[in-house]
Design a binder for this molecule. Structure first.
Ligand SMILES: [Zn+2]
Length: 121
């Protein structure tokens, strides 16, 4: 007996709904600031300073915003007030990367479904 093969008609209704949900979440993202925040303690330029002592007391901590521009690391110091103001933008960038990953994974599922490929294809 020959099994009838369902014609493939693209993504499933469930996949289409998931795509629309991701599209709405992507549309809701505001500013998205790339880079990472780290706290740094530093030495200063003064020759005689507590930061140069035998048991050095470094300055800081300073809030350092680091990102990559054309393959080079660029850093900028932020005040606590600036960090507070821009933390939501940094959070948005992380959320954006997460949503893009979800959209890519969903799209891989969708092409498998649409083309009748197996899980491992
Ligand atoms: Zn110093």
């Amino acid at each position: 007996m020959e099994t009838t093969r369902q014609p493939m008609t693209g993504p499933s209704p469930q996949q289409r709904r998931a795509q629309q949900r991701l599209a709405r979440q992507l549309a809701d993202i505001g500013f998205a600031l790339p880079g990472t925040i780290s706290l740094r303690q530093m030495r200063c330029g003064k020759r005689r300073c507590r930061c140069k002592a035998d048991t050095p007391q470094l300055h800081g901590p300073y809030i350092q915003w680091t990102r990559t521009v054309d393959g080079k690391t660029v850093t900028k110091l932020l005040t606590p007030e600036q960090l507070e103001r821009y933390q939501p933008w940094l959070d948005n960038a992380r959320k954006l990367r997460d949503l893009v990953s979800q959209l890519e994974a969903l799209s891989i599922d969708a092409i498998r479904h649409a083309e009748g490929w197996g899980e491992k294809s």
